[in-house]
Ligand binder design. Sequence first.
Ligand code: NAP
Length: 254
Amino acid sequence: MDRFSLDTRVALVTGAGSGIGRATSLELARAGARVVAADSDLPATVETVELICGDGGRALAVEADVTDVSAVDTMVDAAVTEFGSLDIAVNCAGMTSPPLGILGTTPEDWRRLIEVNLTSVFLCMRAEVPHMLEAGRGSIVNIASGAGLVGANLLPAYTASKHGVVGLTKSVALELAPRGVRVNCICPGATRTPMLEGFLSGNELMEQLMVSGHPIGRLGTPEEIADAVRWVCSDAASFVVGAAITIDGGAIAQ
Ligand code: NAP
């Protein structure tokens, strides 16, 4: 048995319409999983599914706002109804904000970012876990950030939300490890996705500064993050529990 294979597994990926979520959906499908691709942007999610099916994989597109409790429950139910189980969940949907610092961040900005980046991960796990406990196995990978481990200057809400994802991951990992469900998070460094391009808004100086924070001398690709997610989801990572794994060209090692 190939311990890296995801054959026979059913994987749910949120934020699957773009960036890391799309690359992860494609990679999990390549590894043999049937993928439920979920995002608030349905046309983009359908595009992800078409890419998977064009590659010979099986996938279902689901429109879901991960901040909406009933939409999250419906999304998870759709996965189980379509494919019969839920073995893997990658909670990836998220947003960033402009670098406005503590005084430029309004209470509304704060609440929205915490809701989209942190509360959504709680809501998703709450819906995903019962199916995994019933099966006695499962792997959940939350997409945090390097900003979940160290402060990102001028991004107080983003930093707080991602530190929250790391803490939430560790707590739930402790609770579920004895019951066969592994929970981990991945902490990407700056990765070239539509989110990052939007954040940089063509500002070359900011991009150079960002690159210089990564000892490898470049930004990451969504595929490099997806490769790590695939491994953590697989049986090859069977002893990996409650980890916050940096995939960041050395950024956090400094
Ligand atoms: P992306 O390209 O913007 O993809 C994020 C996807 O999530 C988009 O399709 C977005 O849809 C969707 N989404 C946002 N809010 C949602 C909601 N409430 N419900 C459902 N879907 C929602 O971003 P990315 O760079 O791939 O980021 C993916 C994850 O990686 C995020 O959690 C991010 O914080 C994390 N991360 C990214 C980087 C990086 O440098 N790129 C670094 C560290 C961590 P819309 O476009 O319609 O909003």
